[in-house]
Design a protein around this ligand. Sequence first.
Ligand code: FES
Length: 241
Amino acid sequence: KPKQCNGKVVSNIKILDNIYEMKLTGDFQGNPGQFYMLRSWGKEPFLSRPLSICNIEGNLLTFLYEVKGKGTDIFSKLREGDVLNLLGPLGTGFPLNNKGKIGVVAGGIGIAPMIYLCKSLKNDIDFYGGFREKPFYMDTIGKNVNKLYISTDSGKEGYNGFITDIFNPEEYSVVYTCGPMPMMSKVKNICEEKNVPLYISMEKRMACGVGACLGCSIKTTSGIRRVCKDGPVFRGEEIVF
Ligand code: FES
């Protein structure tokens, strides 16, 4: 059940350009694919910001986030000892009971929920990570997966091009994806061609985070769905890109 709680910053470090890793202590729970709404300011002037769970270990909660606007910019300036208000865990995460080998395809900051996912799955996992300039967090991922495929648009590391160019879902019983829309749309096409079930973690601007404001609604093949409550993880066939 989601609840309000406080989290105290243990560390908040820049790991690459505008990508940060923040660790908080507190009383946290949650499954891979779920998220928390966070704020480090009063009721105004901003809404809380959703961040997906990157890891939970004991009373330590890790977030990996990209500075994209005012809220995340404020997060990036938090220091050890600062306190945030959190609401969560929220949303519907990834199913963890699938049998067989699993393919995970993630792009950029979309790797954040996949770190906790890969750690939680007991299956054999092949991980496909696509990045613009430079990969990040791949050492951590590497510890929890069989094979690691990396691509960069810059050609600085791994395959020079899109991760979907080198992704073949044939040997997987299920595929999970999170990242930029064009990448996920391509992953969906590839999986449909080969008849492999897919789960997609969607991103949408959120206001309430708890299913009340309908601000995060998307049109799916099974009607209007709220990303914050019915998702963020949806079955691939539901999503219309
Ligand atoms: Fe309010 Fe999803 S953010 S319903």
